[in-house]
Design a protein around this ligand. Structure first.
Ligand SMILES: CC(C)(COP(=O)(O)OP(=O)(O)OC[C@H]1O[C@@H](n2cnc3c(N)ncnc32)[C@H](O)[C@@H]1OP(=O)(O)O)[C@@H](O)C(=O)NCCC(=O)NCCS
Length: 166
């Protein structure tokens, strides 16, 4: 995505810059340890989002730079991040814990889906958390399978979901 795109009166979608990385890592940590706490236990949350270390930044920065990251910003605060990979894979989607249910993820997902469509990719897939499943269902994604994945020794239920554009 090039440049800024003002999508409603106050939320801006823009491309990722390396200077965003620390703020996004904090968002990621805080959202998992509060919003996802509704669906996963403490051991799982600690494995999913361990305490931040300085050397995580370089790893995540290079991932965000590679993965077509879309950043949502409101009043100078980063309120959401979405990433995608080639071949229609919708990878990360995290909204700031204090900005839930105001349409941030919808704006990011609209932008990412449009990007796929404009590249001729009509089949979209994601691995949705229990928490995110209703969001994706609301956008027309269907569960292909429930799965158990392992991260840092913890097992997690999530859902392989798919949406096919006409
Ligand atoms: C899932 C998540 C990205 C949704 O972000 P959001 O900005 O709050 O979502 P939106 O406001 O765009 O929601 C759009 C619609 O999706 C549905 N929806 C979203 N969250 C929902 C929930 N918790 N329960 C039921 N429906 C939900 C609703 O239909 C909602 O419309 P409504 O608010 O008018 O009812 C956000 O809750 C989040 O960051 N979760 C934790 C991180 C996570 O699990 N990410 C996925 C990793 S795989």
């Amino acid at each position: 995505m090039k440049g800024l795109m003002i999508v409603d009166n106050s939320i801006i979608l823009r491309e990722y810059h390396s200077e965003d990385c620390t703020e996004i890592m904090q968002l990621f940590y805080d959202t998992i340890h509060s919003v996802n706490a509704a669906d996963y236990n403490e051991n799982q949350l600690n494995a999913w989002a361990p305490k931040l270390k300085d050397n995580d930044i370089a790893y995540w920065d290079s991932r965000f730079l590679q993965d077509h990251a879309v950043v949502a910003e409101k009043d100078g605060i980063i309120v959401g991040i979405g990433t995608s990979k080639s071949a229609g894979y919708f990878d990360m989607l995290y909204v700031h814990k204090d900005y839930q249910r105001i349409g941030v993820a919808t704006l990011i997902a609209d932008r990412i889906e449009k990007y796929f469509r404009s590249n001729g990719v009509m089949t979209l897939t994601t691995d949705a958390s229990i928490t995110a499943k209703p969001f994706f269902e609301n956008r027309g994604y269907v569960v292909i399978k429930e799965q158990t994945v392992e991260t840092r020794g913890q097992l997690f239920t999530n859902y392989k979901m798919q949406k096919i554009h006409n």
